[in-house]
Ligand binder design. Structure first.
Ligand code: 4AD
Ligand code: MG
Length: 467
């Protein structure tokens, strides 16, 4: 075959130099045609659209033609011609075809319209469908948006460790990391495992959050963000929870509650606008196939002012709803941790736009949140989104060493493991704040997908670590 430099389909579809000889490489999505001519829809992943390859059957060997089946990988040389029927402006009149990879007839993506549940079982192939191609191109674009936003706003990208000895959220939902022989564990006289001879000489786990290390960086570099995988061993089999998910965690010195809420809102809007500006082909596809109101909803969020709502007022609204006959599964009263049905009532029913809820009861939030003067509430901020619920959890941090130590003691958090964190309050403490955005929850919103397992390539959930 003549050697011609490959053109990606995303670039090819923009070209207008009809008559040029081009080469494309990709996978056959469909093949149809007659006795004389075949039409091959070829996709290389660079864009949702296929390029149509027109094959004059008389000019090609029969043995080659029979290998051009759905899923096969081809290299095609041909003439770029104007197209009338393919849905694109251009198509390729094939001159030479090489089958780079034949596709076995057990290929599971023969037909359109597989369920997402089925596609999860073949996650290694589902990226070849239109829907998952769109989702993962958008995922890439949102990661770029995140780095761009923070870089443009003077934040430094900071890499917090994945293996850690501290439980940031204090919820005890950590996966342990060990090189010990689990069949032969050394224990002390009380039956507690001895970690002295383990790899790190102490009990270690995969991090649930990079925040604590992020705070040490913010008190040195001013504004930082982390963006990496985090792990939670919570046994939550829901469409919103993963055991391994990616989190974006900015941490900012000299930032108060107002600044924090402004940052959360501005950041989300920037990311959503980025998707609208850079992913329109994929969004349009998802809008047609998954959710007819997707683009409208994304445009709406960018324009809307998020509601800023103290927890106490939120509870009043919910209690009022109950009085007026609304039925919740879980009871509502001041002090409870809101269930997702409560959050959704506020966001989808009452306000009909995103809500930043603030000033939560101290007891239901983590130890590091700044305490309000009322002695009851803390400056936590949860950003609640329609259909998703909590997309961001953040707070102003308690900067007083005294108050923080009292909280650590009261919650029985082992002091000796926290010494380095408490040092930030000992050596020139400063007011600061930060938040964590669940990357996959943002992707649920931006793509309109409804299960979090469908916006990460290889989901990790209870009893599921295939691939
Ligand atoms: O609210 P969370 O637990 O907050 C923290 O971890 C803080 N340390 C963040 C900070 O202030 N730096 O988690 C933050 C966000 C949630 O709002 C949610 O979007 C996401 O992380 N998240 C999950 N996403 C998928 N699966 C899970 N199991 C998640 N748990 C939390
Ligand atoms: Mg939270």
């Amino acid at each position: 075959m003549e050697s011609i430099r490959r053109t990606k389909i995303v670039d090819l579809l923009k070209r207008e130099d009809f008559g040029a000889m081009v080469n494309v490489k990709g996978w056959v999505r469909t093949r149809r045609g007659s006795k004389q001519v075949a039409f091959i829809a070829l996709n290389d992943g660079s864009i949702i659209h296929n390029v149509q390859v027109v094959v004059d059957l008389a000019n090609f060997d029969e043995n080659l033609l029979k290998d051009i089946t759905t899923g096969a990988c081809l290299s095609v040389n041909g003439e770029l011609v104007q197209s009338v029927g393919s849905g694109q402006k251009v198509e390729i009149q094939a001159r030479e075809i090489e089958v780079l990879g034949k596709c076995d007839n057990t290929y599971p993506l023969q037909k359109k319209g597989h369920s997402f549940e089925f596609l999860r079982e073949i996650a290694h192939l589902r990226m070849r469908t239109n829907t998952f191609g769109a989702v993962f191109r958008i995922r890439h674009n949102m990661a770029i948006a995140i780095h761009k936003y923070f870089h443009e706003h003077g934040f430094f990208y900071f890499n917090s460790p994945i293996i850690t000895a501290s439980d940031c959220e204090g919820a005890g939902e950590m996966f342990q990391v060990t090189t010990k022989n689990l069949y032969d564990l050394k224990k002390d006289e009380n039956g507690k495992i001895i970690y002295d001879d383990d790899f790190f000489g102490k009990m270690t786990s995969l991090t649930v959050s990079g925040q604590l290390e992020g705070e040490t960086a913010a008190t040195a570099l001013g504004s930082i963000y982390t963006f990496g995988p985090t792990f939670r061993a919570e046994n939550s089999n829901t469409p919103r929870h993963l055991a391994e998910f990616w989190m974006v965690e900015p941490e900012v010195a000299f930032c108060d509650l107002q600044d924090l809420m402004d940052l959360e809102e501005d950041f989300i809007k920037y990311c959503v606008q980025w998707a609208l500006d850079n992913c329109m082909d994929d969004l349009q596809f998802l809008n047609n196939m998954i959710d007819k109101t997707l683009i409208e909803r994304l445009q709406g969020v960018v324009k809307e002012n998020f509601v800023r709502l103290p927890y106490t007022e939120g509870i009043k609204i919910l209690e009022e709803a109950v009085k007026n006959g609304h039925k919740f599964e879980f009871p509502v009263s001041w002090g409870v941790d809101l269930a997702s049905e409560h959050e959704r009532y506020l966001v989808e029913h009452h306000f009909k736009k995103p809500v930043i809820m603030i000033d939560y009861p101290k007891e239901i939030k983590a130890f590091y949140m700044k305490q309000n003067a009322d002695g009851k509430t803390v400056q936590g901020t949860d950003v609640l989104f329609p259909a998703i619920g909590e997309i961001i959890g953040g707070s102003v941090r308690e900067e007083s060493l005294e108050k923080l130590e009292a909280e650590v003691a009261q919650r029985n958090i082992p002091m000796k493991d926290m010494w380095w964190y408490l040092d930030t309050r000992k050596y020139g403490t400063c007011p600061h704040a930060g938040f964590g955005l669940g990357f996959e929850r943002l992707l649920l919103f931006v793509t309109g997908m409804s299960n979090i397992r469908d916006v990460i390539p290889y989901p990790r959930t209870p009893r599921n670590a295939e691939f």
